[in-house]
Design a protein around this ligand. Structure first.
Ligand SMILES: [Zn+2]
Length: 223
């Protein structure tokens, strides 16, 4: 029901009259009391925060998170066709910045929209997010088998997107390791590259066969 005009004023006046008849014991107790305007602001902020929390949010892997936005305004040129219907990922707090696909809000566009409820649909953003997510999983691996699995997924995504595994975002020269010394290289062994290791196994690329292999370490015959 829509309140009649003046209802709020009448209520405020009534509350003020009550306060006048029943003063607080000490003035200092009133110092922290919320006014009606404070309550309105607080409830509005809480609703806005709850709404934002319900919208898609994407871990960008570098301490930032992204939200779904679309370009507003008219298309400036052919490259922006579809720009207003695609949902891109833009880092929080960087609404003047680029989407993670590289799309920019040009001078003649209306800029990025507010955060959208629709999940990201821009193919470039979705592809980049898939790589970012795979890189995060590689970095968070808690065991050598988990790293092995995460690296295979990462490499599959890189292959599908025609990226070299060294250019897909994972730092393959500084992967987590899980105990034991670095296996020593031995000339003639069919290992091209050592990615990681634990006490019992090493994760390697061999001269032939699968790109990532988990092979047992032999303490009496180090590589
Ligand atoms: Zn995009």
């Amino acid at each position: 029901m829509t309140p009649r005009p003046g209802t709020f004023d009448a209520l405020t006046a009534s509350m003020n009259a009550y306060s006048a008849r029943h003063p607080s014991p000490t003035p200092s107790d009133d110092a922290g009391a919320e006014t009606a305007q404070d309550v309105y602001r607080r409830v509005s902020a809480e609703r806005a925060a709850a709404h934002l929390a319900s919208l898609p949010r994407y871990d960008l892997g570098d301490g930032r998170f992204g939200r779904s936005h679309r370009l507003t305004g008219r298309c400036a040129d052919g490259y922006q066709l579809g720009g207003g219907t695609r949902f891109h990922i833009v880092a929080e707090g960087d609404v003047d910045g680029d989407a993670i696909c590289g799309s920019v809000s040009g001078n003649r566009s209306g800029g990025w929209s507010r955060e959208q409820v629709e999940p990201a649909s821009c193919p470039g953003c979705v592809a980049r997010l898939a790589r970012i997510t795979a890189v995060i999983r590689v970095g968070n691996a808690c065991s050598l088998p988990a790293l092995w699995d995460a690296l295979k997924t990462y490499a599959d995504i890189c292959d599908a997107q025609i990226f070299s595994i060294d250019k897909g975002g994972a730092d393959l020269d500084n992967l987590p390791t899980f105990g034991g010394d670095r296996p020593t290289w031995r000339a003639g062994h069919p290992v091209k590259r050592i990615f990681s290791w634990d006490e019992c196994h090493a994760l390697v690329e061999q001269q032939t066969g699968p790109r990532f292999s988990l092979v047992p370490r032999n303490p009496s015959q180090p590589w």
